[in-house]
Design a protein around this ligand. Structure first.
Ligand code: ZN
Length: 322
């Protein structure tokens, strides 16, 4: 049996997992990233995570059968050279040759993958996409990340930039996106986009329950609060999720027409609002996509939200060595 280590370097936590080639999780460690303490501290935290999952493997055979370490990381990555050029939220992180550092330390090959691609691969391997060949994954958070799985492999494109699904274009004169362009799906349906739309609508709806829930402080609005208000019947909150479902449905209809996936998986912090999102989302997908492109399509929330990134990173190590 072969084994691999997967590391998910997140802004808040580092999740490290030891897995066998059949997709079974053998050991798991979760620790805080403490990114504000800088590059060397984070590299040390990651190494400690790896050491911890190895520690309890009394069976030396397991250690000998480890094919590599996969690391899912945010920021600008060179997959071939194994360099992370910049990582958001970690000061003084510039051009870190992460593969070389850990290869030297642990004596096994190290492979990098972008965090959204890792999460997609993890969900595809043992999560919601298990058993499919073609999958699209959207990570709904502060922004919208994406991953495209074709025939069980992450599609990287010519320069590793493929999968920026949040920046699909919805409107010529829409709100400005973090990428600088107007009208991206991310500008409407990410947490930032949802909060911006909520604040706009609140100006004309002072009676909304959302006001009460944040005690008048609009800075406290989060997608979770909007969900809470919607579940209590607040009309504005329900409208926000309905519109969000519509925007996501527009994007998903386009992905269906372009990629014809078997499944679209939604992960990230907003999946708590799923029941409110799914109806308007499906309505839009049915209306906009070609019938043949969505004939057997499933849209499901992610099944392994905490581990998808690390699981996908381990799978990356398997796929690039076997
Ligand atoms: Zn954009």
């Amino acid at each position: 049996m072969k084994y691999a280590i997967g590391v998910d370097l997140g802004g808040t936590n580092i999740v490290t997992i030891l897995m066998n080639e059949k997709g079974k999780i053998i050991a798991r460690n979760k620790r805080t990233t403490e990114g504000w303490k800088g590059k060397n501290h984070v590299l040390k935290r990651m190494a400690e995570g790896i050491e911890t999952v190895l520690e309890n493997q009394r069976d030396k055979e397991t250690k000998r059968q480890i094919v590599g370490i996969g690391i899912g990381t945010p920021g600008l990555v060179d997959f071939d050279k194994g360099i992370v050029y910049e990582a958001p939220n970690i000061p003084n992180w510039d051009n870190v040759h992460i593969s070389r550092i850990y290869r030297k330390k642990f004596g096994i090959p190290v492979f990098l993958e972008n965090d959204a691609n890792s999460a997609a691969l993890g969900e595809w391997w043992i999560g919601a996409g298990k058993g499919t060949r073609h999958m699209i994954c959207l990570t709904l958070g502060t922004g919208i990340g994406g991953g495209i799985i074709i025939d069980g492999k992450v599609y990287h494109g010519a320069n590793g930039y493929a999968g920026e699904l949040g920046h699909i274009f919805l409107s010529f004169d829409g709100p400005k996106c973090g990428c600088g362009n107007p009208g991206c799906m991310e500008a409407y349906a990410s947490a930032i986009g949802i909060i911006r739309r909520t604040k706009e609508l609140l100006k004309k709806n002072k009676g909304s329950l959302i006001y009460k829930l944040v005690e008048g402080n609009l800075r406290k609005i989060t997608p979770a609060i909007i969900t809470q208000a919607a579940h209590k019947g607040d009309k504005l909150a329900i409208k926000i999720w309905k519109d969000t479902g519509y925007y996501l449905g527009c994007g998903i209809a386009s992905y269906a027409n372009i990629f014809n996936p078997e499944i679209v998986v939604l992960t990230g912090g907003m999946t708590g609002a799923c029941s409110l999102l799914f109806k308007p989302m499906w309505k839009t997908v049915r209306k906009r996509a070609f019938k043949g492109a969505i004939k057997n399509l499933k849209i499901l929330p992610g099944k392994i939200p905490d581990d998808a990134g690390a699981v996908g990173a381990a799978k990356t190590a398997f796929q690039r060595t076997m």
